[in-house]
Design a protein around this ligand. Sequence first.
Ligand code: NAP
Length: 244
Amino acid sequence: MNLSGSTALVTGATAGIGRAVALQLAREGAEVVVHGRDADRGRAVVGEIEAGGRAARFVQADLTDAADVLRLAERAGEVDVLVNNAGIYRFLPTSQMTAELFDLHMNLNTKAPYLLVRALAPGMAERGGGSIVNVSTLAAAVPTKGTGMYAASKAALEQLTRVWAAEYADQGVRVNAVAPGPTRTPGTDDMDAATLKAVADTTAMRRVAEPAEVAEAIVFLASDRASDITGVVLEVAGGRLGIG
Ligand code: NAP
């Protein structure tokens, strides 16, 4: 995978899966725009990339704020690869879900990727091509109690992935998604081990993945190695139960 000469924007790259994606993209030669809210963690990821002899810069933005999303797109400039990774997941029965949490999921998990694709994909097309990878979740396809709001926000993102793939197919821009299963990240750190294991037990391999394993698939889809792949949702989730 040679991404030399390309620029990649990774949202939510200050932690977890996004951080692993940023590090792997840099290793493959891309200059990485590391996005997040926490400037200290952002600087640390940039430092790690620079220590490996690659280039990166940090851009701070709160993606629940549409104006800030557009500011991020502007500050990122010309990007060849966009990884829409930043996201939140709150698991609650519908009766306990609030209107505020509904907006938070939709704004961060669905609307921010929408605004970033709208802002950045036309430039990719004009320059002759690009690649977009959206980070979804296995929960978007497998109904699991308590995941309704989160799953719906990501199911919308998956359908947008297929529509964007169709819209941009003849302009050289590929759009795919990766749907991880349970993965050990700062976001899942505050789940107790039993809960995380219970989620892992809903998959065939019954394990919790490391962020780098999910990043491998994202970086593959982002690269020219996946030149004939668009509009797919690739599950990196240890297998759905019942597959044999
Ligand atoms: P994480 O450890 O919680 O990290 C979240 C990242 O998103 C951080 O970089 C954070 O930046 C950023 N972020 C959060 N809220 C933000 C906001 N309002 N504005 C801008 N950035 C914000 O997450 P993760 O577990 O790696 O998950 C990454 C993606 O994978 C998410 O889309 C998630 O839905 C998906 N996923 C995760 C799992 C899993 O088990 N971990 C499974 C399936 C899917 P700051 O900390 O700098 O604010």
